[in-house]
Design a protein around this ligand. Structure first.
Ligand code: AMP
Ligand code: ZN
Length: 122
């Protein structure tokens, strides 16, 4: 059964509102299951977020029922990266929970590129 925190949309969720178009964003991709848009505070020359249209608070809330949508997000991230001139590489980041610095409780994949990215992250 789907966890109660995972719903089709959450009325008070910033990224649900962005995906629905009720809060403006700079779209880079849109389809039935996902929406991708420029991060408002970019940490690299290219920085966009790929989110599921379904409200999943974080990867920690995902279950096997979400396998298809999770796969979709990763494939879309790579597909969009190809359109954004990131042929030299890029990084996908999924922050989960307070220790990782997650600030928006709607699962999102950061796609960062366009500069050398150091490792390990902070
Ligand atoms: P995280 O810290 O992993 O939860 O990432 C949240 C990201 O959302 C941050 O990189 C923010 O800059 C970004 N963000 C917050 N509000 C907006 C917004 N209105 N439009 C685009 N990106 C946003
Ligand atoms: Zn949401």
């Amino acid at each position: 059964m789907r966890p109660p925190s995972c719903t089709l949309v959450a009325m008070d969720c910033l990224f649900c509102k962005i995906a629905a178009g009720t809060i403006p964003s700079k779209a880079v991709h849109s389809d039935e299951h996902s929406y991708a848009f420029a991060d408002i505070n970019p940490q690299a020359p290219v920085h966009f977020l790929v989110v599921p249209r379904e409200h999943i608070p974080s990867i920690a809330h995902a279950s096997s029922e979400h396998a298809d949508v999770l796969g979709h997000l990763l494939l879309k991230a790579a597909e969009i990266a190809r359109t954004q001139g990131l042929e030299n590489g890029y990084r996908l980041v999924v922050n989960s929970g307070r220790d990782a610095g997650q600030t928006v409780d709607h699962l999102h994949v950061h796609v960062l590129g366009g500069r050398h990215l150091s490792w390990p992250p902070g």
